[in-house]
Structure formats: structure tokens, C-alpha cells
Design a protein. Structure first.
Length: 753
């Protein structure tokens, strides 16, 4: 299996051979699914026009970013600013300016990209893998390519000027800023992230990397990036947990514990136990005859074992991760950085939550339909919707939120070629808003690009598993996310649950190999949830302190089930008025409603609805459906249908609305080995082809005037008018995306004359 670090080394060469050569490498006679009948997206211009229905720049406070001082943690745990101590919410784009993506944009393109970020409603951006791109092809350590580094500094200055805050990864890959790494930066030459724990030379390298990349004065902004409040947060080391790194190095759960931890583990045991005799008493028969606190103690052979050796080792890992975070945070602070820092932003286990409890900002990643080998032939992606299993990836995120600390998500998404990607456009931003998360970022190598006109750099010439810019479904879906989350159309939960954690007790019990159980994690669809590790939830909150009620022991890979009728957790949730006795029957059937009344998730029916004053969303199967004043009839395929007010009025009173019709999209020439579209044969390329849909849409309206309906191009331009019929205060519209003269549309503007 390729890791995400290795994808960059394989994807661009793969494109040069698509579609013919890749297909020729596989056996003949396999089933191939080809959506060649789907109409192609004809338009190529993606730069949103000012003042159009897709211009969301009003959601972004004018620059410069940082004028309210440094981002800081408010008493309740939200992100605020030094000079504006009110909760701030950040809707973030995402970029990896790799060579396959064209590298860092030149100055003119950078200005236009940042302008388009603002027009999408993004007030923040996460920059990933910067050190790798700056060092591409370099032979000397820290010798950043001059043109790329100049462009990087200009981009930072332009983001600041236009009011866009920056989250940046310091250490993203394992080759750091060492030179002479060939043929590309993703070969396994160094083990930088693992060595940060135990090797002084790696720690010195990290400090120098931070200083070299962000510690020089930027000639375009006049500031040192590390001393500039426009730098919202530093991800000190991306996805660098001790266990996660070992897991990914090879062997999965069968991976051995790396020997580099043996000596630090023995030293830690010396500080934990009074003497040799006390240690041997605690370990009983597990202390081997050849082991001694003075000479050698072996770590566990495997990660998921049991007994005192394993429990002590997991406590050691938690302390090691916390200590490593602290020295990195202190090093950044010594160089003038006063913003938020984080690490260990993956791995949904309680022991990682304990490590994250030392960070100033908790950050997490999770996905639905992660590909097994990126775009290599044979790579697999599940064809399933995320709804039947109650959105596991969102529950991973929700279960990792900690009360009293900012909570951010810098990676999430449904990966292409999964055909249910539209789900993330509504579900993730809606529940992020319900939970009051502080920053939301759908992972992408390019959240946007200015044009689809070919030729493009390889990674911008097709829909890739994690790219938004070339995917019309996710690109359009980010507009809905901006309204639900950034504009705040979805209200925050009325209640709170704190799952209180005693870190030492859980580490002693089973090495903290636990997670919230199914019932507890599903409460994020009902009300606000979070862990209490050292910091309590803002009052009032229902505090659950007996971890046996809400945690499931995952030291084995056991299957989770919902807590049964009469269980302690159910009784306490009912007594705390989080869930009524009558609600449990619906929950058992898979239907969960938010305590605000706005969100309704029905996992059994494969349906999700949002009912807010300014936005109505219906996500479901083909046929008839709807929510409140939005009625869907005769929908030909599963889809997301939404109506959102653009003039600040309630939907029924609005005179200008944005309508969404999101189905699926794929590359031209894409090929699979199976009709279910799970195993990739050839990726194909642009133009994207959009699954057509037909429906009759009715919308209640109390606004006066003659309404007109326009199909929109991806840049917001009106390209075709469609008829609107009015009767008894209801607008009726028939849409067939395959019949549109200018090609399929996903967005429509409904406006009163």
C-alpha cells in the first residue's frame, strides 16, 4: 500500500500513460465501467466573476490578516484574537504546490489565486509539504530553490494583504530539508519524523528548517512570517505519532516496535520506579532474567499486546509525544511565534487524544473511501455511501474534539472515485457548525485553479482522489460548505456532553487503546460532544465520568455495537435530557436529529436534510422528497438538492437564491476492473463528465416579482435561462441537466426581477 507521502512520486508518471498503456498492463476480458454517456463539462474558466452569485467575498473580512493580533485560545476553548476576544471561525482552502501541480504560482497568478480564495469564502488556507517542494532537485541542505522560495514569500504576503490566514506544516515528510535526495523527495532516505523523538541531530534540523522557511524577513510583507499574526497556526509535525509512523513503515498491526525506543524507554522506567525491586514487583513475570533498569529493557514486540510491559510502554509513548510537542512549541515561541500550534493530527485512539491534550490546538484528519494505492492500476476505493454506517469518518473527528481547546480539521473528505462525494458537501460543514469546530479544511492538493483549459500540469489535468479544483462535485460543494459553516447558517448545538477522561487510569487499564463507543460517538449528530482531558467543558454540560459507560476497549479489533436498552449510558443520556426515551427507537433505526431541530440524519433511508432559515438541503435517493418549502419530485438519480438565500433573507422571502444539484462526476476515459467502480484500471483525464439528472423542483416563496432561473457556469456567469412557473405562492422549475445547451450545470441562480 502506498502512503500519501508516496503518491506524489507515482501519480504524475501514471498520467503520461493514460488511458491506453495502463489498460494494456492488465488482463483482457475484465468488466470495465465507463461513464462515457455522461455529458462533458464544456466550460474551462473557473475564475469567479465579481458580483456574481458565486462571489462569496462578503464572508471574508477585508485584510490585512493579523490586524487584530495573534490568534489565541479563549476561556471557553474557541479561537479568538488578542484584540478581538470573540470566537472566530475559519473556513480553509488547501494547497500542495508540488511540481506536478505547477509549483509555486508566479506573482500574477498568486494574486489571482488569493482573490479567488476570497471569492470562495475562504478566510484561511493550509499550506502542506512546502519544505519538500522548495528542496526539490537541490543538493545542499536548506538550499531552497530561489525562484520557488521567492514565490512562496510573495504568496504569504498576498494572503496576508487580502485577509487570508495561514496554517502551515513545518515537517511534512521524512526527508526534511536535507539535500541530495533523488530521484524525488518521497524516496525513503531519512526518517525525520521518527527521529524527532530521539535523535538530537534531527531535532536541530527541525529547528533550522523552521528558521530557514519562516524565520527570514519577507521583502513583500516587511514582516518575518514567524512573527506575523497572519500566521494562524503551525502544524509542528504532520501525522507524526509514534505508533502511526511505525504502522505506516510496514506491517500494519503486525509491525514491530522500532528498537530506537528501547533505550529511552529504559531511562523512563528508571524515573517511574523507585528501584529495580519495585519495577520487578510491578512487572511480575514479564521482567526477563536478562533485563535490568541499569542495562537493558525491551519494549513490547507488538503494539497491541497486554500486560504491564505494554501498559508502561504506552504511558512512555504518551509522555514522549507530549515532551516532543513541548520542545517544538517552545522552539517556535523562541523565534517569535505567538500563535497556535498542534501535532499528532491523526490516529483516533485515546492514547493519541491524551498526547493531543498537551497541544494548544487539537487538529484531526479522517476520510471516507480512502484509495489503497492512489491512482496506480488496481487501486481500490469503496463504492459505498458513508450513511449506512453512520458517517464513521465524521465520528472519528467528533470523538477527538477536546473541550477547552480549539478544535480544527485540516483534512477530511470523500475521495474520488467514490460516487457519493456530494455527501461531504453537506454533512461535514453542517456537523462542524453544529459542534462549533473552529476551522474546517477539506483536503486537496488544489482547492482551486483558475482554468481547466488544457494543457495543464499533470495533477491539474484530471480529477484526482483528493483534488477539489478539477472535481465539479466537490468544487461546487465547497460553495454550500461556505454557506453552512463559514456564513453560519447551521446553528450551534444547544447542549453539551463531556466525556471525562482520567488519562493515567486509562493508560494503566489497557494502554488507552480505547475509543468512544458507537452510541457515544453518534451523539455528535444530536448535540455538542467532546472529551474532557484536564480541561472541563463550558458550563452547562452533561458530564459523564465513568469511562466504562462510553468507551470501548479496542486493544483487540472488536466490532462495536450500539449500547443496549437499559445500559448505563442510555440511562444517563436520558436522565440528562440529551435524548428522550421516545428518541431511542428512532436512533436504533438509524435516525438522529440535532437538538436544534435543523439536522436530520436517516442512515437506514440514506437521507440527510438541513432546515435552516437561509439554507434548505435535501440529500437522498432518486424519487420524491424534500424539506420544508423545498420539494423534489421525479428525481432521476441520487443527488443533493439545496436552496440558499443570497440576500440575507429567509429562503421563503429571498429574492436571490443559489440552487444546488450535485450528483457525481468522473474523468473522460476513466476505466475500472468492475462494474461497481471500485478497482481502478485507468484514470483518464479532463474534461470531467457529470452524471445527468432530471427533476421538478418546487420552492415556497413569499417574495414579490417575476422570478427567473439561470443555469450557471462554474465562474458564476449566467449561461442559460430556464422557465419558472408560479402558482399559489410556489415556484415550480423543471431541470434536465443533460438537455442544457451549454453542457451540464450544477449550480443555478433564482432571482426576482
Amino acid at each position: 500500500m502506498l502512503t500519501r507521502r508516496q503518491w506524489f512520486a507515482t501519480a504524475v508518471p501514471a498520467l503520461t500513460s493514460l488511458p491506453g498503456a495502463l489498460s494494456a498492463t492488465l488482463a483482457q476480458g475484465v468488466v470495465v465501467s465507463d461513464e462515457s454517456s455522461w455529458p462533458p463539462l464544456r466550460e474551462s474558466e473557473l475564475s469567479v466573476e465579481s458580483g456574481s452569485a458565486l462571489d462569496f467575498s462578503s464572508l471574508v473580512e477585508p485584510g490585512p490578516a493579523g490586524r487584530q493580533g495573534w490568534a489565541t485560545r479563549l476561556p471557553g476553548g474557541a479561537i479568538g484574537f488578542e484584540r478581538r476576544r470573540q470566537p472566530q471561525r475559519f473556513f480553509s482552502g488547501s494547497f500542495q504546490f508540488a511540481p506536478g501541480n505547477g509549483g509555486m504560482p508566479d506573482h500574477d497568478e498568486a494574486r489571482r489565486i488569493v482573490t479567488q480564495l476570497v471569492r470562495t469564502g475562504y478566510n484561511a488556507v493550509r499550506l502542506q509539504c512546502v519544505e519538500a517542494h522548495l528542496m526539490s532537485g537541490r543538493t545542499a541542505d536548506f538550499d531552497f530553490e530561489p525562484t520557488q522560495f521567492d514565490r512562496f514569500l510573495f504568496l504569504l504576503a498576498e494572503l496576508k494583504a487580502q485577509g487570508v490566514y495561514v496554517v502551515i506544516d513545518v515537517a511534512y515528510i521524512d526527508n526534511g530539508a536535507w539535500g541530495n535526495v533523488f530521484p524525488h523527495r518521497w524516496v525513503k532516505k531519512f526518517n525525520f519524523r521518527r527521529d524527532l523523538y530521539t535523535v538530537e541531530a534531527a531535532q536541530l534540523h527541525w529547528r533550522q528548517l523552521l528558521k530557514t522557511m519562516l524565520g527570514r524577513r519577507n521583502p513583500y510583507s516587511g514582516t518575518v512570517p514567524l512573527e506575523d499574526p497572519a500566521m494562524l497556526a503551525l502544524v509542528l509535525c504532520n501525522e507524526g505519532g509514534v505508533i502511526e509512523l511505525a504502522f505506516r513503515e510496514g506491517g500494519g498491526w503486525a509491525a514491530r516496535v522500532p528498537g530506537v525506543y528501547a533505550e529511552p524507554f529504559r531511562t523512563w522506567l528508571q524515573s517511574r520506579y523507585e528501584d529495580e525491586a519495585a519495577w520487578r514487583r510491578a512487572w511480575g513475570g514479564e521482567a526477563g532474567t536478562g533485563e535490568s533498569l541499569q542495562t537493558r529493557v525491551a519494549p513490547p514486540e507488538r503494539w497491541r499486546t497486554s500486560g504491564p510491559r505494554q501498559r508502561d510502554f504506552m504511558q512512555f509513548v504518551a509522555r514522549l509525544e507530549q515532551d516532543t510537542y513541548r520542545w517544538m512549541h517552545d522552539a517556535a515561541e523562541a523565534l517569535g511565534f505567538k500563535g497556535l500550534t498542534t501535532a499528532y493530527n491523526n490516529w483516533n485512539w485515546l492514547h493519541s487524544d491524551i498526547s493531543r491534550s498537551s497541544t494548544s490546538m487539537v487538529d484531526m484528519h479522517a476520510y471516507h473511501a480512502h484509495p489503497t494505492a492512489f491512482v496506480s492500476p488496481g487501486s481500490r476505493v469503496t463504492a459505498e455511501s458513508s450513511l449506512p454506517r453512520a458517517l464513521p469518518y465524521l465520528r472519528e473527528l467528533g470523538a477527538s474534539r477536546q473541550w477547552g481547546r480549539p478544535f480544527t480539521v485540516t483534512e477530511y473528505g470523500h475521495a474520488f472515485w467514490n460516487g457519493w462525494r456530494r455527501e461531504a458537501s453537506a454533512l461535514a460543514p453542517a456537523y462542524a457548525a453544529l459542534q462549533g469546530w473552529d476551522l474546517l479544511t477539506q483536503f486537496s492538493e488544489n482547492s482551486l485553479q483558475l482554468s481547466l483549459k488544457l494543457p495543464q500540469p499533470g495533477r491539474r489535468a484530471a480529477i484526482f482522489p483528493f483534488t477539489i479544483s478539477t472535481d465539479p462535485i466537490r468544487r461546487s460543494g465547497e460553495r454550500l460548505a461556505a454557506l453552512l459553516y463559514a456564513r453560519g447558517d447551521v446553528a450551534p448545538a444547544r447542549g453539551r456532553i463531556e466525556f471525562r477522561i482520567d488519562a493515567d487510569r486509562e493508560l494503566q487499564a489497557n494502554g488507552a487503546w480505547s475509543q468512544l463507543n458507537e452510541t457515544a460517538s453518534r451523539m455528535m449528530f444530536v448535540t455538542g460532544i467532546g472529551l474532557g482531558i484536564g480541561v472541563a467543558a463550558p458550563s452547562p454540560a452533561l458530564v459523564l465520568a465513568d469511562s466504562g459507560d462510553f468507551l470501548v476497549d479496542k486493544s483487540g479489533l472488536g466490532y462495536q455495537i450500539l449500547a443496549g436498552i437499559g445500559s448505563p449510558l442510555r440511562r444517563k443520556l436520558t436522565a440528562g435530557r440529551v435524548v428522550t426515551a421516545a428518541d431511542w427507537a428512532d436512533i436504533d433505526r438509524g435516525r438522529l436529529r440535532s437538538d436544534t431541530g435543523e439536522l436530520d440524519l436517516d442512515t437506514a433511508a440514506g437521507r440527510f436534510t438541513i432546515n435552516t432559515p437561509r439554507t434548505l438541503v435535501w440529500l437522498g435517493p432518486a424519487g420524491d422528497g424534500g424539506i420544508a418549502g423545498l420539494v423534489v419530485a421525479g428525481l432521476s438519480v441520487p443527488a443533493l438538492v439545496a436552496a440558499s438565500s443570497l440576500d440575507g433573507q429567509r429562503v421563503e422571502a429571498s429574492r436571490r437564491l443559489l440552487l444546488f444539484l450535485l450528483t457525481d462526476a468522473t474523468n473522460t476515459g476513466i476505466e475500472f476492473d468492475d462494474a461497481a467502480r471500485t478497482r481502478l484500471r485507468a484514470l483518464g483525464g479532463l474534461p470531467a463528465r457529470v452524471r445527468p439528472a432530471r427533476l421538478t423542483l418546487s420552492l415556497k416563496s413569499a417574495a414579490s416579482g417575476l422570478f427567473r432561473l439561470y443555469a450557471l457556469a462554474q465562474n458564476g456567469q449566467r449561461v442559460e435561462e430556464l422557465p419558472v412557473r408560479t402558482s399559489d405562492g410556489t415556484l415550480h422549475m423543471s431541470i434536465d441537466t443533460a438537455a442544457l445547451r451549454h453542457g451540464p450545470a450544477l449550480l443555478f441562480e433564482l432571482v426576482a426581477a
